[in-house]
Structures are given as structure tokens and as C-alpha cells.
Design a protein around this ligand. Sequence first.
Ligand code: EPU
Length: 421
Amino acid sequence: MARYEINGGKPLHGTVTISGAKNAAVAILPATLLVSGPCRIENVPDISDVRILLNILKDMGASVEELGGGTVLLDCTNVTDTHPNPDLVRKIRASYYLMGALLSRFHKASVALPGGCNFASRPIDQHIKGFSALGALVTQTDDYVHLEPSEQGLAGNRVSLDVVSVGATMNIIMASVLLPGQTIIENAAKEPHIVDLANFLNTMGAQISGAGTDTVKVKGVEKLTGGTYAIIPDQIEAGTYLAAVAAVGGNVLVRNVIPKHMECITSKLEEMGATITNYDDAIRILVEGRLQSTTVKTRPYPGFPTDMQAQICVCMALADGVSRLTESVYETRFFGYCSELESMGAEILINGKTAIVTGKEQFHGTSVSAHDLRAGAALVIAGLAAEGITRVQNIHFVERGYERLIEKFTALGADIKRIEE
Ligand code: EPU
């Protein structure tokens, strides 16, 4: 088991380049199952969730060639397997996208229930509701989902989601791409990675409109053909580096970002006292002196992302004054990291969906443990800000979603090492 060892208290200076978006990549890679012909996907982040997905696709018979520099050549033309390896499927959350992609292309699938970060109960009833509306007969056991055509057959339909779900929106888009007729998804999620998936599929010949609004329309086509597509930059990775500079202090240019995607995060950091300058595809953050307290409520895009809850909590825990942080997507997410931050000196009172965070001048280093991906990122930020040595255990969670984290923080002047135990 490896750990990070951080000698904190060093302000961050320099330039960091953001990688391709994890939550777009983990949808676009399984979506290549819908395509007849080779797909050249660029800006693919080198993270463990992506490695597992590529292994799942290879194991199913796809040709996967890594060309270096984040480019992967994938060809799923000859795949016939509709039962992906359950041991691999259970390792990540995004393997649920195999259901939609296989249903659309082969009209059947048997996929184990996904694993991934279990910071909350994460049902997939809205995905199932969508597949059923498209005419699938869905049989769910304790650990599997089996999909096949119902008597009336598979075809496009109207689906209104009961909750705004990123995964269900993308899965229903995938499931409907190769079905006859039109699918209309209402109350759809609007995250940038949904637009990215739709752009990828449209580049390959799909007819999807409205992605990024709450109504997405998919007109089924007979076939998608191969092409080249570059994944968008990762909003949350960029937000994590911005939050790190906010918490630790310094002056950093965050490159390869889409500033529009970052507004929900940068506006809060500005409120807390950071100076933000937006460029075409970069953001500079300058932080001198102590942050001010603020109020944040997480919401689906374009609101403040739940995936930045833990990182902004670290900023609040070091700010001057009392902040309020309300979680409205996953209520139990606080439990993944708040007690660890308290062991470093933070003062956090959790009252239902809201954490009341009383800012402290300084954290002190100690041993802490990551319980999920973003909780782990928050502990890294806390360690960078703390006085003394912080040891972060369970870093496999962090490695699910952050490419070359040690290298990137070291280049900014941080003293952080990965230690194999
Ligand atoms: N929900 C349901 N039923 C469903 C689906 C979702 O009740 O069928 C509920 C969830 O319990 C939650 C809310 O709807 O309360 C939103 O969940 P959503 O489906 O949007 O989440 P997800 O698709 O499972 C993705 C990201 C998460 C991110 C959430 C919210 C991927 C692989 N995961 O999860 O990313 O937190 O959207 O933005 O895209 C992360 O990157 O660290 C991460 C956890």
C-alpha cells in the first residue's frame, strides 16, 4: 500500500496543466462500443479508472492502442461480448455506461453492478427507468443487471428523470443512439461532460441535440463511424488545484481549462479573497493573506459541484470566520473526510446536510486516510497547508482521478512524495 507524505506550509507558484476530464473519459471510452470503425481519442487522462475501463474493453475484444501523450486508438468493431468481466466492472462506478452502450448496439447486456467510491448510497433506478422506457426488459439481481428486448421491442421514447442524474442522462443517451425513433430526456443533467459525450457521439455520426440543457433529444441512427475526438479539460481537477492555491497561498497559472466551466468555483474563491484572472484557456489565481469565510451549497451544474465539496471545505476550515457548506446531491459525503480534517485541527460541526466550519489559522500534520477520491484530494490540500508532516493513506482512491498529482504539485513547489510501504 502506498501513501503520500507531505511536508506542508510551502506556497504554490508556477504553472499547472490540467488533464482530460475523468467523468467525460469514463463515458466516452465505453461509448466507443457504439462505433463501427476506429476512434482516436485525445486528452485521455492516465488515471486508474481509465486503465480499468480500457482493460474491460480489451477483455471484451476491442483493439486498444495507447499512442502516448494521452491519445488512445480504440476499435470496438469486432466486439461481440455482451457480458463484461464482472471483477473488472465492480472496480469502478462508470462501468454502468457499458449497460447503455451494449443495449443500444447488441440489444442485450449482462453487467455486474458497479463499484467505485461509496461515499453514499448510489442507486441506478433512473438508468433502469430509462432502459425500460426504451423497451428493454430489465432483470436485476443482487449484483447484476440483465437487459434484453421486451415483447414490444426497443425504440426511442420520452423519459422524464425523477432526479437530475449525470449517469442516467449519459446512459440513456448511449442506449438510444442506435435505436429507431426519437428519445427525449427531460430533467436531464447539464454537466460539461454530458455535452462532451454528445459532441463525441455527434462527431461519429449521432444526432443528439440539447445536451447542456435540461431536455436532450436523440434521433436514432443506424450506424456510427470512426473519427477523432479530444476530451475536454477536467473541471474538478482544475478546481482542486485552484482550491489548493487558495488554501496554501501563492500565484499559479492553471492551464488547459475552459474558464466558463470554472465560474461556479472561481466565483466562490473570489468571494473568499482570491484574485482570479481568466484567459481564453487558462486561469491565474493569486492568494495573499488569509481567506474569508463564505457560504456554499452544492448543486448540479451550473451550481457548485458536489465533487468540489471536500476541497472547498478545507479552504473554509482555514478561512477567517464561520462558513456554511450545504450538500444537496450526496448527503453523507461529509463523513468521508471531516473527521480526518478535525484530526489536523479543523473545527467542523455537521448538522444534517450542512457543515458549519469555524476557520482556524493553521492545521498540523498527522496521519489521515482517504475514504474516497475527492476526500483524498481534500486531505492532500490540507497536508499542503499544514505545518509539519502529513501522511495520507489509501491513496488508490486519489489515483482514480488525478493524473500525475505528485509531479504537478512538486512543479508548483510543494514537498510531496509517494511512498511505497
Ligand atoms: N440518483 C438516483 N438514482 C439514479 C441515479 C442517481 O437517485 O438512478 C441520485 C444520486 O443518489 C444522487 C443524485 O441522483 O443523489 C445525483 O447522482 P448522479 O447520477 O448525478 O451521479 P453519478 O452519475 O453516479 C457522477 C460522477 C460523480 C459525481 C456525480 C454528481 C461519474 C462516473 N461520476 O456520478 O463523480 O459526484 O455525477 O455530479 O461521472 C467523482 O468524480 O468523484 C464522482 C463521485
